[in-house]
Design a protein around this ligand. Structure first.
Ligand code: FES
Ligand SMILES: [Fe+2]
Length: 409
């Protein structure tokens, strides 16, 4: 993180505290249409052209440390397997045997010498090549070298592994743009997964995402948790190309004075820069990842659509290796439940909101300047779909036009 970026965020924080209205050139945004949360066709377009064409975080490299270590993941209904090759590279494949489609690994994670399909034992090596076919003599004209597992793009940003179902997608680091410089030290730190926690909620995935795209709600729904720690009036929000965004919310004076890592004895990642002492940095990676960062470990929150009105919220907790297994610092045993209290606060409105949009109990959704990340998120969804299918793919009454293009880094 360079000094110019730190200066920029501090200057923006000072501006945000001082302003008495949105900036003069901030546009009046139309209401968001309620149908965006209930329309089955739009949900399917998002499934195919948003989740099917963007980089999606799926695992941390430390979860597959050695050759032959694998992990299965489900990316909105597509069953994939990540496996570390003998050359140290993690690759992704469809977890579907090239014979008749059975899974080639069944456990969530493990280590294998070969990936052996449990239907008829076709076997694949760590680079996905088919290396053994029982009774091969009975297949006429089978070309074994043409039946490798179907590969999926998989690239790493430090320890963070992403997949992309679009073979023609731009490289991960290009797609992340400026975020790579800002968070380079953190993603390359020696981190481990502390735990993964999931809950499922009866709401559209965008309603869930929106709950993490503003801190306008902090005083109301987090009065005894987040509200005492942050000063949302000074939040320095920025929109980043490709639908990403960042928000640096200043910490309260008391927290800054006490030192944020009075955080209770956990080891920390060093060298992250002064903003990690004065602000709560939160980054959003389009389409389904938000992370409030912290040098003593942090959760990666992900929104996994399961149906138009059902979404799984996953928190993948990462922490500096020295404080995690095998002797997990007991501080984690206090910290994780404390964060779950915040999650309960953040999720309690999701299902009632879904019911109100289904019954059109309120007309449309007016967004304020503080909530502009929500507009950027929706507009990027529409841009993704229109790039493939044209502007008319989404019915006019559901569209969110790109009105904040001038506000994007
Ligand atoms: S389906 Fe895999 S070996 Fe037959
Ligand atoms: Fe919240």
């Amino acid at each position: 993180m360079d000094q110019a970026f730190i200066d920029r965020i501090n200057a923006q924080t000072a501006y945000e505290f001082s302003r008495t209205a949105p900036p003069d050139d901030f546009p009046k945004l139309p209401d968001l249409p309620l149908g965006r949360y209930t329309d089955q066709h739009l949900w399917e377009l998002e499934h195919r052209h948003v989740f099917g064409r963007n980089w999606i975080f799926v695992a941390h490299a430390s979860e597959l440390p050695g050759a032959g270590d694998y992990r299965t993941v489900d990316v909105v209904g597509r069953p994939l397997v990540l496996v570390r090759g003998d050359d140290g590279v993690v690759r992704a494949f469809f977890n579907a045997c090239r014979h008749r489609g059975a899974p080639v690994v069944r456990d969530e994670c493990g280590t294998c010498r070969l990936m052996v399909c449990q239907y008829h034992s076709w076997s694949y090596d760590h680079s996905g090549q088919l290396v053994r076919v029982p009774d091969e003599r009975d297949f006429v004209g089978l070309q074994v070298d043409e039946r490798a597992l179907t590969s999926v793009r998989c690239e790493a940003w430090g320890g963070l592994l992403f997949v992309n179902l679009d073979q023609d997608a731009e490289p991960l680091l290009d797609w992340l743009g400026p975020l790579t410089d800002e968070l380079d030290e953190l993603v390359h730190a020696d981190l481990r997964v502390v735990t993964r926690i999931s809950t499922t909620h009866a709401c559209n995935w965008k309603i869930m995402a929106e709950g993490f795209l503003e801190v306008y709600h902090a005083k109301t729904i987090h009065p005894t948790t987040v509200a005492g720690v942050l000063r949302p009036a000074g939040a320095a929000i920025s929109l980043v190309r490709n639908g990403h965004q960042r928000m640096y919310t200043p910490l309260s004076e008391a927290v800054i004075a006490a030192g944020r890592d009075s955080h209770r004895g956990l080891p920390s990642v060093d060298g992250l820069g002064s903003l990690f002492e004065t602000h709560n940095p939160a980054y959003g990676i389009f389409p389904n990842l938000i992370s409030p960062l912290d040098k003593v470990g942090f959760p990666i929150l992900q929104f996994w659509p399961e149906a138009v009105d059902r979404t799984r919220l996953e928190r993948v907790w990462l922490g500096p290796a020295a404080g995690v297994e095998p002797e997990r610092n007991e501080t984690w045993d206090k910290r994780l439940p404390a964060f779950e209290v915040v999650m309960e606060e953040d999720t309690k409105n999701l299902e009632p909101i879904q019911r109100s949009v289904e019954t059109a109990a309120h007309g449309g959704i007016p967004l304020n300047y503080q909530e502009r990340r929500i507009w950027h998120f929706h507009a990027t969804i529409d841009r993704n779909i229109a790039d493939v299918l044209g502007e008319d793919a989404i019915p006019a009454h559901l569209r969110v036009p790109d009105l904040l293009a001038d506000w994007v880094d």
